[in-house]
Design a protein around this ligand. Structure first.
Ligand code: PEP
Length: 252
């Protein structure tokens, strides 16, 4: 069944002690909320995963890595495998974030290996897609995003596809304070769902959660989440501010 999800992406922020403190604060507030059907996830640096898993109530808060290796194991100095991530107690991994595609040259081919390894190791991929400004300005964002999907997650088997979450993140909105309007978000989320329906059928398309990411904050979350095809958010900057993050969760 389609889930409502608010996932934080801390990126390369917080040292271990700061990260534990932040996670504990989020945990206190989330566990004191009345039972809710919103799934809360914290995407932390690798170094924090195991400790943060121990510091929160994992029945209420899921923990995500922000990347994983494209290889299962072996002589790949500095890499962190999907199996290693799973062994920390984390259950999710953010894959295909535009910062990784751009700064670390992650291609669709590399992403396909990462997605498969994540799924094989029992991690839920939060698969990111989204267009740069030059594409939005020419009005070709649907074709751009469709191509990203077709080169990656559309290659999965239906059973594996059911295991992932999609995050639509227009690059021009990430960390810029410029949010997609509610209409823009709904329009492209509905389009993404139609691409999935074409490939996997309506039932699977209706079940997949599609999150919005890109300067989503305490003020605009409610309006964005009110859209039929927006099932929550992937939150960067605002996930580092406890009160803002909680307000975003309360945006449903
Ligand atoms: C992100 O990088 O995933 C993101 C959505 O960042 P921000 O919320 O800061 O725009």
């Amino acid at each position: 069944m389609r889930k409502k999800i608010v996932a934080g992406n801390w990126k390369c922020n917080t040292n271990l002690q700061e990260g534990i403190e932040l996670a504990k604060k989020v945990n206190t507030l989330v566990t004191s909320m009345a039972a809710t059907d919103v799934v809360v996830v914290l995407g932390t640096p690798f170094t924090h995963l195991a400790k943060i898993v121990e510091s929160v109530n994992t029945a209420r808060i899921g923990i995500a890595a922000q990347n994983c290796a494209a290889e299962a194991k072996g002589a790949f100095t500095g890499e962190i495998s999907a199996e290693m991530i799973k062994s920390t107690g984390a259950d999710y991994v953010i894959l295909g974030h535009s910062e990784r595609r751009e700064y670390y040259a992650e291609t669709s081919e590399v992403l396909n290996r990462k997605i498969s390894l994540a799924i094989e190791n029992g991690l839920t991929p939060i698969y990111c897609c989204g267009e740069p400004l030059r594409i939005r300005e020419t009005g070709t964002q649907n074709a751009f995003v469709k191509n990203q999907l077709e080169e990656t997650i559309c290659n999965l088997s239906p059973d594996d596809f059911r295991k992932l979450i999609i995050a639509y993140e227009p690059i021009w909105a990430i960390g810029t304070g410029k949010t997609a309007t509610s209409e823009q978000a709904q329009e492209i989320h509905a389009f993404i769902r139609s691409v999935i329906a074409e490939k996997f059928g309506n039932e699977i398309a209706e079940d997949v959660s599609i999150l919005y990411g890109g300067s989503c904050n305490a003020k605009n979350a409610k309006e964005l989440f009110a859209n039929k095809d927006v099932d929550g958010g992937l939150i960067g900057g605002a996930s580092l501010k406890v009160e803002d993050f909680i307000q975003i969760i309360n945006g449903f």
